[in-house]
Design a protein around this ligand. Structure first.
Ligand SMILES: Cc1cc2nc3c(=O)[nH]c(=O)nc-3n(C[C@H](O)[C@H](O)[C@H](O)COP(=O)(O)OP(=O)(O)OC[C@H]3O[C@@H](n4cnc5c(N)ncnc54)[C@H](O)[C@@H]3O)c2cc1C
Length: 401
């Protein structure tokens, strides 16, 4: 296996680094230090996403005819790896990564023309309305009602765990249009403006101490919400097909570079923090935990590179890609737990985010957010389909059990 990147790939890596030096400025770096869940205040996300758009890199994974970059798999990997190694902000994924591929494949020409350019330029932010109270893993049991009223659809029901709904201009929802046949057969896919009459957003305040208005998750209520007929994507009762197609794009990503960055932080904390007068990093038990984590991350990186190698040769990613979400999320949790353990009681002080304030955090700078982030990372093995569900999928589709 040749682990060296080609000269043109190294030149591309430098271009990404040059972009980061300019666009990932001090204000964004300070915000990313504060964030627990990966989200910053909305205006900062928009500023970052518009900088990417200006460079032509807002939606690199889109097909070229829709304004994608036409990058090779290696360039995509380098881009993702450099972004996460730098700790750069995420792009709010629901429009560009999830809805856009669905619109490209199943949307009407009008929907494509209206939404794709605005998603790309971040003039419209979408959120994702799949889960409902009682319908998460068992998504096909969803109940939100969508009635055909002749000239419009009428929506009633609720969506839950909706990430950054308070930032969103639009929401895409799975709704029930029929109770006939199997539950999957009566589901449709609709687009709803968040400012429509009857839509309300209730924040869900979580243990990672977010400031109200900057919460990660919400419950969204729909009470007699009218939407035009043209807001349905594809055909009525075919939404399950579109929903599954979208999930293929939700479960992806590169983990190893972010994990390595996380381990650097663990090393920094363990070098500075002392327990009974000794540096945490000198404790042989903790050192062994760090070494174990490091080798698992190394294995993860090689797995990602193996998948990249296959993709670059035009082959399918293979079964490793199904494992990557499970293993990547477990390692994210492990690294957050090591930081928590190394920080000891310094992870504990109650310190709300206070986005607008310049008050110094309590305790050393490195301790800020270590506790909340560890709690927040419980999410990574739950969202985008829990790891138990991922294992069921692997058992069926990969192992054929
Ligand atoms: C931070 C965060 C953000 C989210 N953002 C969004 C969003 O923007 N939009 C959205 O629509 N949803 C979102 N979700 C919801 C997420 O997709 C669901 O939480 C997830 O699908 C699990 O559903 P549930 O919470 O109802 O748990 P349940 O389905 O009730 O599962 C509870 C437990 O039982 C296990 N389990 C369930 N069924 C099986 C089975 N068949 N076999 C084995 N084990 C099983 C699960 O693995 C889990 O451990 C988000 C969740 C989180 C935590």
């Amino acid at each position: 296996m040749d682990l060296n990147f080609a000269a043109e790939d190294e030149a591309f890596r430098q271009e990404v680094r040059d972009f980061l030096d300019k666009a990932f400025d001090d204000e964004l770096r300070a915000a990313m230090k504060k964030t627990r869940a990966g989200y910053m205040p909305k205006h900062l996300h928009i500023r970052w996403q518009k900088a990417l758009h200006e460079k032509g890199w807002a939606t690199p994974h889109w097909p070229v005819e829709y304004g994608g970059c036409g990058w090779t798999p290696t360039q995509k990997y380098i881009f993702d790896a450099e972004m996460s190694a730098a700790g750069a902000p995420i792009t709010i994924p629901f429009g560009p990564r999830m809805l856009a591929p669905v619109l490209m494949k199943f949307g009407s020409q009008k929907q494509k023309d209206e939404f794709l350019p605005k998603i790309q330029s971040s003039d419209i932010i979408f959120c994702q309305g799949y889960s409902e109270p009682g319908s998460g893993s068992d998504l096909a049991s969803l109940k939100m009602k969508c009635e055909d009223k002749g000239d419009h659809w009428l929506l009633n029901g609720s969506k839950i765990w909706t990430s950054v709904a308070q930032y969103a201009d639009w929401i895409f929802c799975l709704v029930r249009t029929s109770n006939e046949g199997k539950p999957q057969e009566g589901i449709s896919f609709v687009l709803v403006p968040m400012d429509a009459d009857g839509v309300t957003v209730d924040p869900i305040i979580t243990a990672d101490l977010p400031e109200k208005g900057y919460q990660e998750v919400n419950q969204v209520f729909f009470e007699d919400v009218k939407i035009p007929k043209e807001n349905m994507v594809g055909e009525p009762n075919k939404g399950w097909t579109y929903a599954k197609y979208l999930l293929e794009f939700e479960r992806g990503g590169t983990y190893s570079q972010g994990l390595k960055r996380g381990m650097e932080k663990v090393r920094q904390i363990a070098s500075e923090e002392r327990e009974f007068g000794e540096r945490v990093i000198d404790d042989p038990v903790f050192r062994k935990k760090m070494a174990d984590a490091q080798s698992l991350i190394h294995a993860m990186e090689f797995t990602e590179l193996r998948v990249l190698g296959r993709l670059s040769q035009g082959q399918n990613p293979g079964p490793e890609s199904s494992m990557i979400k499970c293993r990547g999320s477990e390692l994210q949790q492990l690294v957050s737990e090591l930081a928590f353990e190394a920080a000891g009681i310094k992870q504990a002080p109650f310190q709300p985010l206070k986005w607008g304030s310049n008050e110094p955090p309590i305790g050393p700078e490195w301790a800020s957010g270590v506790g909340p982030r560890m709690y927040n990372y419980r999410k990574v093995s739950i969202y985008a389909g829990s790891n138990e569900i991922q294992r069921n999928i692997m058992a069926k589709l990969v192992l054929g059990l």
